[in-house]
Design a protein around this ligand. Structure first.
Ligand code: NDP
Length: 326
Protein backbone atom coordinates (compact mmCIF):
# COMPACT_ATOMS: atom_id res chain seq x y z
CA UNK A 1 0.00 0.00 0.00
CA UNK A 2 1.04 3.57 -0.71
CA UNK A 3 2.29 5.76 2.11
CA UNK A 4 0.26 8.85 3.08
CA UNK A 5 2.18 11.94 1.93
CA UNK A 6 2.18 14.73 4.54
CA UNK A 7 3.24 18.38 4.53
CA UNK A 8 3.85 20.45 7.68
CA UNK A 9 2.77 24.12 7.50
CA UNK A 10 4.51 26.27 10.15
CA UNK A 11 7.66 25.26 11.98
CA UNK A 12 7.16 26.27 15.62
CA UNK A 13 6.78 23.92 18.60
CA UNK A 14 3.91 22.00 17.04
CA UNK A 15 5.56 21.74 13.60
CA UNK A 16 8.69 20.26 15.18
CA UNK A 17 6.53 17.86 17.19
CA UNK A 18 4.83 16.64 13.99
CA UNK A 19 8.24 16.06 12.41
CA UNK A 20 9.23 13.88 15.41
CA UNK A 21 5.91 12.00 15.43
CA UNK A 22 6.02 11.18 11.70
CA UNK A 23 9.30 9.33 12.29
CA UNK A 24 7.32 6.89 14.51
CA UNK A 25 4.60 6.27 11.90
CA UNK A 26 6.03 4.35 8.91
CA UNK A 27 2.76 4.47 6.91
CA UNK A 28 3.12 8.27 6.65
CA UNK A 29 5.92 10.10 4.86
CA UNK A 30 7.00 13.73 5.21
CA UNK A 31 7.14 15.61 1.90
CA UNK A 32 8.48 18.73 3.60
CA UNK A 33 8.03 21.61 5.99
CA UNK A 34 6.53 24.84 4.58
CA UNK A 35 7.28 28.09 6.41
CA UNK A 36 6.55 31.79 6.01
CA UNK A 37 10.10 32.58 7.16
CA UNK A 38 13.22 32.24 5.00
CA UNK A 39 13.75 28.44 4.90
CA UNK A 40 17.54 28.93 4.77
CA UNK A 41 17.43 30.34 8.31
CA UNK A 42 15.78 27.22 9.81
CA UNK A 43 17.62 24.06 10.86
CA UNK A 44 15.39 20.99 10.91
CA UNK A 45 15.65 18.57 13.83
CA UNK A 46 16.09 15.62 11.43
CA UNK A 47 18.74 16.04 8.71
CA UNK A 48 16.55 14.41 6.04
CA UNK A 49 13.70 16.94 6.52
CA UNK A 50 13.36 19.41 3.66
CA UNK A 51 12.26 22.97 4.51
CA UNK A 52 10.56 25.13 1.84
CA UNK A 53 9.01 28.55 1.63
CA UNK A 54 5.20 28.50 1.85
CA UNK A 55 4.91 29.43 -1.86
CA UNK A 56 6.51 26.10 -2.77
CA UNK A 57 3.09 24.55 -2.03
CA UNK A 58 1.81 25.94 -5.35
CA UNK A 59 1.65 23.00 -7.75
CA UNK A 60 1.99 20.31 -5.05
CA UNK A 61 -1.79 19.78 -4.81
CA UNK A 62 -1.48 16.25 -6.28
CA UNK A 63 1.69 15.32 -4.41
CA UNK A 64 0.54 15.91 -0.84
CA UNK A 65 -2.35 13.92 0.66
CA UNK A 66 -2.70 15.92 3.91
CA UNK A 67 -1.30 19.20 5.20
CA UNK A 68 -0.87 19.39 8.98
CA UNK A 69 -1.45 23.06 9.88
CA UNK A 70 0.79 24.04 12.82
CA UNK A 71 0.19 27.80 12.90
CA UNK A 72 -1.21 29.68 15.88
CA UNK A 73 -4.96 29.64 16.53
CA UNK A 74 -5.27 33.36 17.08
CA UNK A 75 -3.66 34.93 14.02
CA UNK A 76 -2.55 32.16 11.62
CA UNK A 77 -5.28 29.53 11.23
CA UNK A 78 -8.28 31.86 10.70
CA UNK A 79 -6.47 33.23 7.64
CA UNK A 80 -4.42 30.48 6.05
CA UNK A 81 -6.69 27.65 7.25
CA UNK A 82 -9.50 28.28 4.73
CA UNK A 83 -7.03 29.32 1.99
CA UNK A 84 -5.17 26.02 2.22
CA UNK A 85 -8.28 23.90 2.85
CA UNK A 86 -9.57 24.89 -0.59
CA UNK A 87 -6.52 23.23 -2.19
CA UNK A 88 -5.38 20.49 0.23
CA UNK A 89 -6.89 18.17 2.80
CA UNK A 90 -5.92 19.52 6.24
CA UNK A 91 -5.71 18.72 9.94
CA UNK A 92 -5.31 21.52 12.49
CA UNK A 93 -5.36 22.19 16.24
CA UNK A 94 -7.56 25.32 16.30
CA UNK A 95 -8.17 25.88 20.02
CA UNK A 96 -10.06 29.16 20.40
CA UNK A 97 -13.09 27.39 21.91
CA UNK A 98 -15.56 30.24 21.46
CA UNK A 99 -14.78 30.59 17.73
CA UNK A 100 -14.93 26.90 16.77
CA UNK A 101 -18.40 27.17 15.14
CA UNK A 102 -17.39 29.99 12.76
CA UNK A 103 -14.02 28.36 12.01
CA UNK A 104 -15.81 25.09 11.19
CA UNK A 105 -18.13 26.93 8.76
CA UNK A 106 -15.21 28.65 7.01
CA UNK A 107 -13.23 25.41 6.69
CA UNK A 108 -16.33 23.50 5.56
CA UNK A 109 -17.06 26.01 2.82
CA UNK A 110 -13.42 25.89 1.65
CA UNK A 111 -13.02 22.10 1.71
CA UNK A 112 -16.43 20.94 0.54
CA UNK A 113 -15.41 20.71 -3.15
CA UNK A 114 -13.00 17.80 -2.96
CA UNK A 115 -10.98 18.13 0.23
CA UNK A 116 -11.25 17.05 3.88
CA UNK A 117 -10.57 19.41 6.81
CA UNK A 118 -10.40 17.98 10.34
CA UNK A 119 -10.42 20.87 12.81
CA UNK A 120 -9.59 21.35 16.51
CA UNK A 121 -7.49 18.19 16.84
CA UNK A 122 -5.26 17.85 19.92
CA UNK A 123 -6.08 17.14 23.55
CA UNK A 124 -8.23 20.12 24.56
CA UNK A 125 -10.00 20.65 22.25
CA UNK A 126 -9.57 17.11 21.01
CA UNK A 127 -9.25 13.96 23.12
CA UNK A 128 -10.83 15.73 26.13
CA UNK A 129 -13.80 16.77 23.96
CA UNK A 130 -14.36 13.15 22.92
CA UNK A 131 -14.23 12.03 26.55
CA UNK A 132 -16.70 14.73 27.61
CA UNK A 133 -19.04 13.47 24.89
CA UNK A 134 -18.70 9.82 25.98
CA UNK A 135 -19.38 10.80 29.60
CA UNK A 136 -22.50 12.82 28.81
CA UNK A 137 -23.93 10.27 26.37
CA UNK A 138 -23.37 7.27 28.65
CA UNK A 139 -24.35 8.93 31.95
CA UNK A 140 -27.00 11.53 31.05
CA UNK A 141 -27.62 12.08 34.78
CA UNK A 142 -24.30 13.49 36.04
CA UNK A 143 -21.66 16.22 36.00
CA UNK A 144 -18.53 16.60 33.87
CA UNK A 145 -15.42 18.16 35.42
CA UNK A 146 -12.31 19.06 33.44
CA UNK A 147 -9.14 19.74 35.44
CA UNK A 148 -5.98 21.00 33.73
CA UNK A 149 -2.39 20.63 34.85
CA UNK A 150 0.01 20.57 36.33
CA UNK A 151 0.91 22.43 33.19
CA UNK A 152 2.42 25.45 31.58
CA UNK A 153 -0.20 27.86 30.25
CA UNK A 154 1.11 29.79 27.24
CA UNK A 155 -1.54 32.54 27.52
CA UNK A 156 -0.98 33.17 31.25
CA UNK A 157 2.80 33.08 30.81
CA UNK A 158 2.49 35.72 28.06
CA UNK A 159 0.32 37.84 30.38
CA UNK A 160 2.88 37.91 33.22
CA UNK A 161 5.74 38.62 30.80
CA UNK A 162 3.90 41.78 29.74
CA UNK A 163 3.98 43.19 33.32
CA UNK A 164 6.58 46.01 33.44
CA UNK A 165 9.65 44.92 35.42
CA UNK A 166 9.27 41.21 34.56
CA UNK A 167 12.26 39.96 32.53
CA UNK A 168 11.04 36.36 32.18
CA UNK A 169 8.07 34.40 33.45
CA UNK A 170 6.10 31.18 33.30
CA UNK A 171 2.78 30.18 34.79
CA UNK A 172 1.72 26.68 35.84
CA UNK A 173 -1.91 25.71 36.31
CA UNK A 174 -2.29 23.34 39.28
CA UNK A 175 -5.44 21.23 39.73
CA UNK A 176 -6.70 20.94 43.31
CA UNK A 177 -6.08 17.41 44.67
CA UNK A 178 -8.93 17.90 47.11
CA UNK A 179 -11.40 18.88 44.36
CA UNK A 180 -10.34 15.90 42.22
CA UNK A 181 -10.73 13.53 45.17
CA UNK A 182 -14.25 14.83 45.84
CA UNK A 183 -15.29 14.43 42.19
CA UNK A 184 -13.75 10.92 42.02
CA UNK A 185 -15.67 9.86 45.13
CA UNK A 186 -18.96 10.34 43.31
CA UNK A 187 -19.99 13.06 45.78
CA UNK A 188 -20.94 15.44 42.91
CA UNK A 189 -19.69 18.65 44.61
CA UNK A 190 -20.44 22.19 43.37
CA UNK A 191 -16.98 23.65 42.69
CA UNK A 192 -16.07 27.29 42.04
CA UNK A 193 -13.25 28.38 39.73
CA UNK A 194 -11.07 29.00 42.79
CA UNK A 195 -11.85 25.52 44.19
CA UNK A 196 -10.68 23.69 41.06
CA UNK A 197 -7.32 25.23 40.11
CA UNK A 198 -4.50 27.32 41.58
CA UNK A 199 -1.93 29.28 39.58
CA UNK A 200 1.79 29.28 40.28
CA UNK A 201 4.12 31.83 38.66
CA UNK A 202 7.92 31.88 38.41
CA UNK A 203 9.39 35.22 37.39
CA UNK A 204 12.78 36.82 36.88
CA UNK A 205 12.85 40.55 37.77
CA UNK A 206 14.55 43.32 35.84
CA UNK A 207 17.20 45.43 37.66
CA UNK A 208 15.54 47.74 40.19
CA UNK A 209 12.01 46.36 39.73
CA UNK A 210 9.60 46.67 42.67
CA UNK A 211 8.84 43.10 43.72
CA UNK A 212 5.76 43.85 45.86
CA UNK A 213 4.15 46.00 43.19
CA UNK A 214 4.70 43.33 40.53
CA UNK A 215 3.33 40.59 42.77
CA UNK A 216 0.15 42.67 43.37
CA UNK A 217 -0.25 43.46 39.64
CA UNK A 218 -0.07 39.76 38.80
CA UNK A 219 -2.39 38.33 41.49
CA UNK A 220 -5.07 40.99 40.82
CA UNK A 221 -4.94 40.81 37.00
CA UNK A 222 -8.56 40.56 35.77
CA UNK A 223 -9.62 37.36 33.91
CA UNK A 224 -6.16 35.82 34.21
CA UNK A 225 -5.50 35.64 37.96
CA UNK A 226 -8.11 37.51 40.04
CA UNK A 227 -10.43 34.50 40.34
CA UNK A 228 -7.67 32.13 41.47
CA UNK A 229 -5.29 31.58 44.37
CA UNK A 230 -2.03 32.67 42.76
CA UNK A 231 1.50 32.38 44.12
CA UNK A 232 4.40 34.33 42.61
CA UNK A 233 7.97 33.01 43.06
CA UNK A 234 10.88 35.28 42.19
CA UNK A 235 13.87 33.27 40.95
CA UNK A 236 17.21 33.89 39.21
CA UNK A 237 17.71 33.84 35.47
CA UNK A 238 19.92 30.75 35.88
CA UNK A 239 17.25 28.82 37.77
CA UNK A 240 14.64 29.94 35.24
CA UNK A 241 16.69 28.60 32.32
CA UNK A 242 17.45 25.34 34.14
CA UNK A 243 14.01 24.48 35.56
CA UNK A 244 11.42 26.16 33.37
CA UNK A 245 12.17 25.54 29.70
CA UNK A 246 10.04 22.36 29.23
CA UNK A 247 6.35 22.50 28.34
CA UNK A 248 4.62 19.94 30.57
CA UNK A 249 0.84 19.73 30.70
CA UNK A 250 -2.05 17.36 31.13
CA UNK A 251 -5.25 17.00 33.07
CA UNK A 252 -8.37 15.00 33.77
CA UNK A 253 -11.89 14.68 32.40
CA UNK A 254 -14.14 13.12 35.00
CA UNK A 255 -17.82 12.30 34.56
CA UNK A 256 -19.54 11.53 37.80
CA UNK A 257 -23.11 10.33 37.50
CA UNK A 258 -25.79 7.88 38.45
CA UNK A 259 -27.38 5.14 36.36
CA UNK A 260 -30.23 4.89 38.89
CA UNK A 261 -30.82 6.81 42.16
CA UNK A 262 -27.94 6.04 44.53
CA UNK A 263 -25.90 4.01 42.00
CA UNK A 264 -22.74 6.07 41.43
CA UNK A 265 -20.75 5.60 38.20
CA UNK A 266 -17.51 7.51 37.59
CA UNK A 267 -15.56 7.71 34.31
CA UNK A 268 -12.06 9.21 34.30
CA UNK A 269 -9.61 10.03 31.52
CA UNK A 270 -6.15 11.36 32.42
CA UNK A 271 -3.17 12.75 30.52
CA UNK A 272 0.30 13.37 32.01
CA UNK A 273 2.42 15.07 29.35
CA UNK A 274 6.12 15.93 29.50
CA UNK A 275 5.67 17.98 26.31
CA UNK A 276 2.34 19.55 25.37
CA UNK A 277 3.38 20.37 21.76
CA UNK A 278 4.89 16.92 21.08
CA UNK A 279 1.76 15.22 22.37
CA UNK A 280 -0.60 17.52 20.46
CA UNK A 281 1.48 16.82 17.34
CA UNK A 282 1.11 13.06 17.89
CA UNK A 283 -2.67 13.47 17.93
CA UNK A 284 -2.54 15.55 14.73
CA UNK A 285 -0.55 12.82 12.96
CA UNK A 286 -3.07 10.08 13.88
CA UNK A 287 -5.88 12.28 12.52
CA UNK A 288 -3.91 12.91 9.31
CA UNK A 289 -4.40 9.21 8.62
CA UNK A 290 -8.15 9.66 9.12
CA UNK A 291 -8.18 12.69 6.79
CA UNK A 292 -6.49 10.70 4.01
CA UNK A 293 -8.99 7.85 4.40
CA UNK A 294 -12.05 10.14 4.43
CA UNK A 295 -10.69 11.80 1.29
CA UNK A 296 -10.28 8.44 -0.45
CA UNK A 297 -13.96 7.71 0.39
CA UNK A 298 -15.13 11.08 -0.91
CA UNK A 299 -16.36 12.32 2.50
CA UNK A 300 -15.35 15.90 1.76
CA UNK A 301 -15.84 19.02 3.88
CA UNK A 302 -15.02 19.82 7.49
CA UNK A 303 -15.15 17.35 10.37
CA UNK A 304 -14.28 17.71 14.05
CA UNK A 305 -12.81 14.99 16.27
CA UNK A 306 -16.37 14.24 17.42
CA UNK A 307 -17.27 13.12 13.89
CA UNK A 308 -14.36 10.72 13.28
CA UNK A 309 -14.69 6.97 13.93
CA UNK A 310 -11.79 5.70 16.10
CA UNK A 311 -10.69 2.92 13.71
CA UNK A 312 -9.79 5.59 11.11
CA UNK A 313 -6.92 6.71 13.39
CA UNK A 314 -5.13 3.36 13.41
CA UNK A 315 -2.66 2.07 10.81
CA UNK A 316 -4.28 -1.37 11.21
CA UNK A 317 -7.30 -2.65 9.27
CA UNK A 318 -10.73 -2.80 10.94
CA UNK A 319 -10.50 -6.64 10.74
CA UNK A 320 -7.17 -6.68 12.60
CA UNK A 321 -8.45 -4.20 15.19
CA UNK A 322 -11.59 -6.28 15.84
CA UNK A 323 -9.54 -9.44 16.31
CA UNK A 324 -7.02 -7.80 18.64
CA UNK A 325 -8.88 -5.18 20.67
CA UNK A 326 -12.44 -6.43 21.17
P1 NDP B 1 4.47 28.59 17.98
O1 NDP B 1 4.37 30.00 18.39
O2 NDP B 1 5.70 27.82 18.36
O3 NDP B 1 4.33 28.50 16.38
C1 NDP B 1 3.28 29.12 15.66
C2 NDP B 1 3.81 29.61 14.32
O4 NDP B 1 4.66 30.74 14.52
C3 NDP B 1 4.67 28.58 13.60
O5 NDP B 1 3.87 27.75 12.81
C4 NDP B 1 5.66 29.42 12.80
O6 NDP B 1 5.20 29.64 11.46
C5 NDP B 1 5.72 30.72 13.58
N1 NDP B 1 6.98 30.76 14.38
C6 NDP B 1 7.42 29.87 15.27
N2 NDP B 1 8.63 30.23 15.78
C7 NDP B 1 8.93 31.40 15.22
C8 NDP B 1 10.02 32.28 15.34
N3 NDP B 1 11.06 32.00 16.14
N4 NDP B 1 10.00 33.40 14.60
C9 NDP B 1 8.97 33.68 13.81
N5 NDP B 1 7.91 32.88 13.66
C10 NDP B 1 7.87 31.74 14.34
O7 NDP B 1 3.16 27.87 18.52
P2 NDP B 1 2.97 26.32 18.90
O8 NDP B 1 3.52 25.48 17.80
O9 NDP B 1 3.42 26.07 20.28
O10 NDP B 1 1.37 26.19 18.95
C11 NDP B 1 0.58 26.39 17.78
C12 NDP B 1 -0.89 26.34 18.13
O11 NDP B 1 -1.27 25.05 18.55
C13 NDP B 1 -1.31 27.24 19.30
O12 NDP B 1 -1.72 28.50 18.84
C14 NDP B 1 -2.48 26.52 19.90
O13 NDP B 1 -3.63 27.15 19.43
C15 NDP B 1 -2.43 25.14 19.32
N6 NDP B 1 -2.44 24.09 20.36
C16 NDP B 1 -3.55 23.30 20.50
C17 NDP B 1 -3.63 22.32 21.46
C18 NDP B 1 -4.85 21.42 21.57
O14 NDP B 1 -4.92 20.58 22.47
N7 NDP B 1 -5.83 21.51 20.69
C19 NDP B 1 -2.52 22.11 22.43
C20 NDP B 1 -1.37 22.95 22.16
C21 NDP B 1 -1.35 23.91 21.19
P3 NDP B 1 6.25 29.85 10.25
O15 NDP B 1 7.17 28.66 10.26
O16 NDP B 1 5.39 29.92 9.04
O17 NDP B 1 6.97 31.12 10.56
Amino acid sequence: TQRIRVGIVGYGNLGRGVEASLALNPDLELVGVFTRRDPATLTPARPETRVFGIDALDGLEDQIDVLILCGGSKDDLPIHGPELAARFSTVDSFDTHARVPEYFEAMNAAASGERVAIISVGWDPGLFSINRLYGEAILPEGDTHTFWGRGLSQGHSDAIRRVPGVAAGVQYTIPSEDAIARVRSGERPALSTRDKHARECFIVLEEGANEDEIRETIVSMPHYFDEYNTTVNVITAEEFAREHSAMPHGGFVIRSGESSPGTAQVIEYQLTLASNPEFTASVLVAYARAAARLGARGQFGAHSVLDIAPALLSPETPEALRARLL
